[in-house]
Design a protein around this ligand. Structure first.
Ligand code: X6L
Ligand code: MG
Ligand code: MG
Length: 162
């Protein structure tokens, strides 16, 4: 079994419902047991700023899937929630990102682990720290140190529970 952390995001349609359906789909998937769910956090969009605000959450799972199988599952869950890929950083009903998968380190462009921009994103680190305050990345860096290193530029606020 491998512990993995998945980042969920939505800024299109019924955002809370999209996150709930995403978590339900993960709970129903073979080879995955959901062991932790963060609160839901709201924040302004990063990257492409002219789009609706996001809701984000982090889910911890125990899985027998390998990273590529987990990525396929993430795409399938997005697709089931009606995600269309029109613009790279554009609005989405549901985004499911692999943040950390066990101690896997990979620079494969199709699946970089840990997630390459994890340490720049408060909307990922806040819920990640809530669900696993003691988490260390494969290189030993505590996730809490990454959060402390972030400036206060991006506001992220709690918006509910799944
Ligand atoms: C310069 C260039 C600075 C690009 C930042 C940051 C690009 C984040 C993409 C960037 C840059 C992203 C979410 C979001 C997106 C989300 C919130 C992305 C991919 N996803 N904003 N923006 N939550 N709040 O889930 O993360 S697009
Ligand atoms: Mg994302
Ligand atoms: Mg994604």
């Amino acid at each position: 079994m491998t512990r993995a952390y998945l980042g969920l995001g939505s800024n299109e349609g019924d955002r809370m419902e999209n996150l709930r359906q995403g978590v339900m789909a993960l709970k129903e998937a073979d080879g995955v047991v959901v062991v932790g769910i963060s609160s839901v956090y709201e924040s302004e969009p990063v990257g492409m700023t002219d789009q609706p605000d996001f809701l984000n959450a982090v889910v911890a799972v125990e899985t027998t899937l390998d990273p590529n199988e987990l990525l396929e599952l993430a795409f399938e869950v997005e697709r089931r929630q009606g995600r269309q890929r029109l613009l790279r950083w554009g609005p989405r009903t549901l985004d499911v990102d692999l943040l950390v998968v066990g101690d896997v380190v990979s620079d494969d462009p199709a699946l970089t682990l840990p997630h390459p921009r994890l340490n720049e994103r408060r909307f990922v680190l806040e819920p990640l720290m809530e669900v696993e305050p003691e988490l260390r990345l494969p290189d030993g860096t505590p996730a809490g140190v990454l959060l402390e290193r972030l400036g206060g530029e991006q506001a992220v606020w709690k918006a509910g529970e799944l």
